[in-house]
Design a protein around this ligand. Structure first.
Ligand code: NAP
Length: 308
């Protein structure tokens, strides 16, 4: 299939670009600010003309929309509406016009996390502006193009270009810095490897007909708080985490446990769940080799790069 990845320069998009060709697809990618250095089409998907021109040029059979702004420091109403909602609506409208399938990536943050597990038809009740924007994007996508498929995902980790790119690796400096710090030990997350998600998407492409118009969930099964993630990183790096304090105070602006029940895809035989303990050492090793972990010997950061 000819697949167009929107958001191809991002954490998830880069793994889609890497994995899908090996699964037999002809893949074209588009990014925004970082596109040019990576040989991608550069578009601003907030502009409908730019989305339409790209679709007319590429003529894909499928579009995977992995555009999004997930960094809290950029969650202004304008950015959330422009990047997380409007781009999705433009992609959906363009795909409907061309008659190509759309897989739109959404988030577990559409749920408030008070009553897990969450099924695709569970009531959505976002607890912050990001979750609300992702919910609005889902609604616009499905209104514009009922045949589009929504794929909801939990927190992602994978190969990074800098540590802040994933919530998991953004904990590394706090682990490495000996300064006392309180880390959330209340909200439970299910860190899911971008490589696994890319394989899940590749599997979905083989079920385009059956999945058209559906909402799908995919999640790793291992539950960790941020404190547990930091402790794991410390173990892998061979560093003490005695300076870290578990913070168990509840928060009303984040879901506590938004576990995504994934049986729709599991029943199709989809099964890509790399254990965290086998993926993370390799990723930290790659980060170390790229100079992101000064002072940590390569051996301590994991011996072999994981599947990522
Ligand atoms: N990361 C997570 O933990 C997580 C969890 C659940 C769901 N998700 C969802 O998964 C999707 C991918 O997330 P990610 O972590 O890969 O995000 P990311 O690393 O921040 O990448 C975002 C992508 O969107 C592109 N983009 C931003 N503004 C754009 C615009 N105006 N026009 C065209 N492209 C634009 C970026 O291009 P440039 O970089 O070239 O500017 C980049 O390729 C998002 O929908 C996100 O909400 C992420």
């Amino acid at each position: 299939m000819r697949v167009l990845i929107l958001g191809a320069s991002g954490l998830l998009g880069r793994e889609l670009m890497r994995v899908l060709p090996g699964r037999g697809h002809d893949v074209v990618g588009a990014g925004h600010d970082r596109a040019r250095g990576q040989g991608l089409h550069a578009i601003d998907a907030r502009q409908p003309d730019e989305v339409d021109a790209l679709l007319d040029q590429v003529r894909p059979s499928v579009v995977v929309n992995a555009i999004g702004e997930r960094r809290p420091e950029f969650w202004t109403p304008e950015i959330l509406e422009g990047v997380n909602v409007r781009t999705a609506a433009h992609a959906a409208r363009g795909c409907r016009r061309l008659g190509c399938w759309l897989v739109h990536v959404s988030s577990d943050y559409v749920f408030d996390g008070s009553d897990p597990p969450y099924r695709p038809d569970s009531e959505r009740r976002p607890s912050n502006a990001y979750g609300a924007a992702k919910m609005q994007a889902e609604d616009q996508v499905r209104a514009e193009y009922p045949q589009a498929t929504v794929l909801r995902l939990p927190v992602l980790y994978g190969p990074v270009l800098h540590l802040d790119e994933s919530n998991m690796t953004s904990l590394v400096p706090t682990v490495m810095n000996a300064a006392p710090a309180a880390i959330d030990d209340w909200a439970v997350r299910y860190p899911t490897l971008t490589t696994d998600v890319a394989h899940v998407v590749a599997d979905m492409l083989g079920h385009a007909h059956g999945l058209s118009g559906q909402v799908c969930h995919w999640s790793a099964a291992e539950a960790l708080t941020k404190f547990a993630m930091a402790s794991l990183i410390g173990r892998i790096l061979g560093m003490s985490t005695n300076h870290l304090e578990p913070d168990q105070r509840p928060s009303s602006s984040r879901p506590q446990n938004p576990f995504l029940e994934s049986s729709l895809l599991e029943n199709l035989g989809v099964a890509h769940r790399t254990p965290l303990e086998s993926a993370l050492p390799g990723l930290l090793h790659q980060a170390r080799r790229a100079g992101m972990l000064p002072g940590i010997p390569v051996r301590a950061a994991g011996r072999s790069p994981g599947r990522g």
